[in-house]
Design a protein around this ligand. Structure first.
Ligand SMILES: [Fe+2]
Ligand SMILES: [Fe+2]
Length: 204
């Protein structure tokens, strides 16, 4: 004997509902409403990775990321200048450090520019306004020790500016937050290396 049509339909519905049948809210509703999720994903597909659940102020996040991008590029340029100008007894050892930092700051700049584009913004790489938009300064330094000191200052500026951005973004944009946290950890390493170098400095 074949099964009644209504029983088969309700069984099908139960299987379809199973996808969102896990954790529930305090009100007993499914945490993830699969039907609503699927419908909303089809709307505004031109927004790419930006979905309705994005709760941060996207324009403000892009503006902050552009300031970070300018800061990173000023740091790349300052480290490259220091790399080319490093001389003296410690010159060779320290210039290798300058070059490595320049490359790492450039990698940070790429990460930030990519995130700006994902958020629907445009990376501002206009060299005319770079130093005005950056948080860190372009200081050439008068000798090797002074270069290291200026780099330490710039790293400390970057640390505080990234921490401020992370605190502002919070959990409203966890991807941007995670990217900035990764960069912050590396800026702290840079600052620590230079602080050690200055502490053990021999000579002028
Ligand atoms: Fe950086
Ligand atoms: Fe750095």
């Amino acid at each position: 004997m074949s099964k009644p049509a209504t029983r088969t339909a309700s069984k099908r519905k139960a299987v379809a509902n199973r996808a969102g049948a896990g954790t529930r809210t305090a009100a007993g509703k499914p945490l993830i409403d699969v039907a609503a999720l699927r419908a909303s994903a089809r709307k505004s597909i031109d927004q790419g990775a930006i979905t309705p659940s994005y709760s941060a102020d996207r324009k403000e996040v892009v503006r902050l990321l552009n300031e970070a991008l300018a800061t990173e590029w000023v740091c790349v340029l300052r480290y490259l200048r220091h790399y080319h100008m490093a001389s003296g007894m410690l010159g060779d050892a320290v210039r290798a450090e300058f070059l490595e930092h320049a490359q790492q700051e450039q990698a940070h700049a790429h990460q930030i520019a990519e995130r700006i584009v994902q958020l629907g913004g445009e990376p501002d790489l206009d060299p005319d306004t770079l130093t005005r938009r950056a948080h860190a300064e372009y200081k050439v330094g008068k000798d090797l020790r002074d270069m290291v000191k200026e780099d330490l200052v710039a790293e400390r500026i970057a640390i505080d500016s990234y921490r401020g951005m992370i605190n502002y973004i919070g959990d409203r944009d966890t991807t941007t937050k995670r990217i900035l946290e990764g960069i912050l950890a590396q800026e702290e390493e840079h600052a620590d290396e230079f602080a050690d170098l200055l502490n053990g400095w021999i000579g002028k």
